[in-house]
Design a protein around this ligand. Structure first.
Ligand code: PAF
Length: 279
């Protein structure tokens, strides 16, 4: 395992003999969801690069950035257990941004105007700034992202195509805890009681899936809103069923026979998201 702190030293090391070359961008505090991405990348590529970088420009809120968990030594230990041949890039902020720590402005095809984009202004511009930088600096053949951040995956795929970057964007299934809670680095901030409460998001999506064809989307949406009103600890931010390609919300007066369900809720100050195919 080779660890690089600067893109300059990493680019010098990379050569054409390394292809196919896969990249797994992360913000660290690795969990089984990340491991599934790394394992898949190791299977499908000759060389794998894992980045660990808490990207400041994608946080719309300073407190969220300051409380984001950091566990670099543990992350390196976990990666080494999967493969000793991978490359790890752990840059400092100035290696990516220089002195101007700000997002660039990308055309995101309206995909950033709903859900996470609407609730967290600037978030996706920050994500795309760092991902476009990685793809245009290291030129991976494949890049792996979790479907837990479904909207992020769609936006990264959109921007890669519109910028004519050749990297193949590969989405990997959500890995869940035994109670259904989608694995996330932020889960490390939850105690065991909160983890139980957090599984309510997946429960709600499953309820929606099994009832989606029996009632109109409007009725379903009201029922979901009602569940959360009876819960003091969890505050629903949004529940939405949308077209999985455009993220446009489906018709309120029809039953749901296709679409993708999305949910976000706050447990105290911690924001949780999840999604599920409704068909
Ligand atoms: O999903 C994440 O961990 C981050 O948003 C990403 C894609 C690594 C960009 O910072």
């Amino acid at each position: 395992m080779k660890v690089f702190q600067t893109s300059h030293s990493l680019v010098e090391y990379l050569s054409d003999e390394i292809r196919p070359f896969g990249m797994v961008p992360t913000m660290g505090t690795l969990h089984p969801g990340h491991l599934s991405l790394i394992e898949r990348a190791v299977k499908e590529n000759q060389t794998v690069l894992i980045s660990i970088f808490i990207n400041p420009t994608q946080f719309d809120n300073k407190m969220d950035l300051n409380s984001y968990p950091i566990n670099i030594d543990e992350d390196l230990r976990i990666i080494k257990k999967i493969s000793k041949n991978v490359l790890v890039y752990v840059p400092k902020v100035d290696d990516i941004y220089g002195r101007k720590v700000e997002s660039k402005s990308f055309e995101l095809g309206g995909l950033d105007e709903v859900m996470e984009g609407e609730k967290r202004p600037g978030h996706f511009q920050g994500v795309v700034t760092v991902i476009a930088h990685f793809l245009k600096t290291f030129y991976p053949d494949n890049a792996y992202f979790g479907e837990k951040d479904f909207q992020q995956l769609l936006i990264i795929d959109h921007i890669t195509r519109s910028m004519k970057i050749k990297t193949r964007i590969i989405g990997c299934p959500i890995i869940r805890e035994s109670n259904g809670l989608a694995m996330s680095s932020r889960n490390s901030l939850l105690n065991s009681n909160e983890r139980k409460l957090a599984s309510k998001l997946f429960e709600t999506l499953q309820f929606a899936k099994s009832n989606a064809k029996k009632m109109t989307y409007r009725t379903l949406k009201n029922m979901v809103g009602g569940f959360f009103e009876n819960h003091n600890e969890l505050t629903l931010d949004y529940f939405r069923i949308a077209d999985p390609k455009t993220l446009k919300e489906i018709h309120l007066e029809r039953p749901v026979d296709q679409g993708h369900g999305f949910i976000a809720a706050y447990l105290g100050k911690i924001r949780l998201i999840d999604n599920l195919d409704m068909s």
